[in-house]
Design a protein around this ligand. Structure first.
Ligand code: IMP
Ligand code: MG
Length: 179
């Protein structure tokens, strides 16, 4: 049975310092590949904290990104993906002819990134890279791999640093697991 989102006590998986260190190194990896005027497309809501930290880390690598957000949803209120990806918010202003870095919190089945990458290409994105802070390779259902991954993790449910469980815990400065 799924744990009660109000009474679970998340256990630290990555503390704020570990996350900051990895985000800094990710920015170095990304800056070696993307153009200086890359358009970063963050996926709401889960990637809002990660995207905010990543663009500031990219600044330290002399990248001057444009920034867009797109709201997509594949989960209902529970801990299992519904298997469908829905775009709730509008499309980003313009990715037409631009080089895009797509940013999400977690790569799980892979559907969200695969679907969104395809959609951005349909809207004229020129080159496209994708980045996920966390990756659960054992959960993949579609053939899609993010170009940049922060941490690879086993099949555990995580919260914090923007990531929710039934809309709780996004505010945590660290990433915890819920069991
Ligand atoms: P995918 O489409 O199955 O790859 O799922 C990716 C999305 O599922 C992520 O953007 C997250 O919002 C959500 N998700 C996957 N695993 C977790 C988790 O452990 N905690 C919270 N959300 C998750
Ligand atoms: Mg999400």
């Amino acid at each position: 049975m799924a744990p009660d989102p109000d009474t679970v006590v998340p256990e630290v998986l990555f503390d704020a310092g570990e996350i900051a260190g990895r985000v800094g190194r990710l920015a170095t990896e990304i800056a070696a590949v993307v153009p200086v005027d890359v358009t970063v497309v963050g996926l709401l809501k889960g990637a809002f904290v990660f995207t905010a930290d990543l663009v500031r880390a990219l600044d330290g690598q002399r990248i001057r990104p444009r920034l867009e957000f797109l709201q997509v949803s594949s989960y209902g209120a529970g801990t299992e993906s519904s298997g469908r990806v829905q775009v709730i918010g509008g499309l980003p202003g313009s990715v037409q002819g631009r080089d895009v870095l797509l940013v999400d919190d977690i790569q799980d089945s892979g559907r969200t990134l695969a679907f969104t990458a395809e959609m951005l290409k349909d809207h004229g994105a020129r080159r496209l890279w994708s980045c996920a802070l966390l990756d659960k390779p054992s959960r993949r259902k579609v053939a899609f791999e993010a170009d940049f991954v922060g941490f690879s993790i086993p099949d555990v449910f995580v919260v914090g640093y923007g990531i929710d469980y039934a809309e709780r815990w996004r505010h945590l400065p660290w990433i915890g697991k819920v069991t």
